[in-house]
Design a protein around this ligand. Structure first.
Ligand code: DAH
Length: 345
């Protein structure tokens, strides 16, 4: 602009400045560009506004009030642009500039989920046992020593109660008294036998499928959390023959007519006699769980009369059954969360 400036030129310069300044502040995405725009438009020494202002002196006296008024307006406008950009930056609204999103592109398709193989197995087992008249029952995963041990005829000094073999929960009160809480994550679903018998009178014919916990180091066949299928049948005149038949029918239904099953003499505190249940798998007998005739002491602990009723019980590892049926070789695959594995089921 020349030394004398016409009002029109002055106003036009201000308009252009207002427009460029507004655009610059609107584009601010980080502190650096904000500062650069501030210096460019509002800088006290050589900012664009300051440059225009220098020409105010060359304007006709009569036009000065109009010129000054517009100058102030544009100054406020630029300041407002700066303030808004600074506030947006602070609130995180402005994001680093990148490729402008194209709203016309198709979205990422949602993958349809499905039921976890262990849950599928649980449903399948319930269905097979349901056909033999076994009703599903449930119990809590946090248990007291009565249901996890005492009522199951597992005395205080039994190694199964060792703190190294169980996840005991120390309650705050017990902890401050320096004692163990007593409660634990159940180590077996046999707890549900007790809960069901405490609540009902014979005959009972139930299964219970659920999680159990033991502090085992994970390897191909062990995991600190796994599932068991517990079975219990108590009635008049129940014998070991009934147990063997039920387990054999179950095995044939779940693993096929050609499955080989073996009952091996064993010991459990809550059954007498006791057996271990093996299935033939990959050229070897593999243990799938335990079973036996419910010990009279257990029947008495829930108020049943062992002279009137007898029963059998069994507990099988659900992961093992699932692995045997699907040819899975490592239990950890079930819990790794690896979709390439899980998507196969
Ligand atoms: N509770 C036993 C375990 O976890 C398995 C078991 C054995 C369950 C014999 C039973 C049974 O019901 O009769 O090792």
């Amino acid at each position: 602009m020349p030394a004398t400036t016409s009002l029109n030129d002055f106003l036009a310069a201000l308009d252009g400045l207002a427009e460029r300044g507004a655009a610059a502040f609107a584009e601010v995405r980080d502190a650096e560009t904000l500062e650069a725009a501030r210096v460019e438009f509002l800088g006290a020494k050589s900012g664009a506004l300051r440059d225009v202002q220098k020409h105010l002196g060359g304007i006709d006296k009569a036009d000065k009030p109009a010129a000054g008024k517009r100058l102030n307006e544009v100054k406020q406008l630029l300041q407002a642009g700066f303030d808004a950009a600074a506030a947006a930056l602070k609130s995180g609204e402005a994001v680093a500039t990148g490729p402008v999103p194209d709203p016309t592109l198709p979205g990422t398709p949602l993958e349809l989920g499905h039921i976890h193989p262990i849950t599928q197995t649980i449903e399948h087992l319930k269905e097979i046992m349901g056909r033999m008249g076994f009703e599903a029952a449930e119990g809590p995963e946090v248990e007291d020593p009565w249901h996890n041990f005492v009522a199951l005829n597992i005395p205080e000094d039994h190694p199964a109660r060792d703190p190294l073999d169980n996840f005991y929960l120390a309650t705050a009160a017990a902890q401050s008294a320096g004692e163990e809480g007593g409660l634990l994550l159940r180590s077996q679903t046999s707890t549900v036998q007790i809960r069901v018998m405490e609540a009902r009178q014979p005959p009972v014919r139930v299964i219970s499928l659920g999680r159990v916990y033991r502090p085992d180091a994970p390897d191909a066949t062990h995991y600190p959390m796994f599932h068991q299928m517990e079975g219990l049948l108590v009635d008049r005149g129940i014998t070991m023959a009934n147990l063997k038949t039920v387990l054999r029918v179950f095995a044939n239904n779940y693993l096929g007519e050609d499955v080989r099953i073996r009952f091996r003499p064993s010991f459990f505190p809550f059954t007498e006699p006791s057996v271990e249940v093996d299935f033939w798998w990959n050229d070897a007998w593999i243990e799938f769980g335990g079973a036996g005739m419910v010990d009279p002491a257990v029947l008495e602990s829930v108020g049943y009369d062992p002279e009137q009723v007898t029963g059998f019980a069994f507990g099988l590892g659900v992961e093992r059954l699932c692995m045997r049926r699907h040819g899975i070789t490592d239990i950890r695959d079930l819990y790794s969360g690896d979709m390439r594995f899980l998507a196969q089921f």
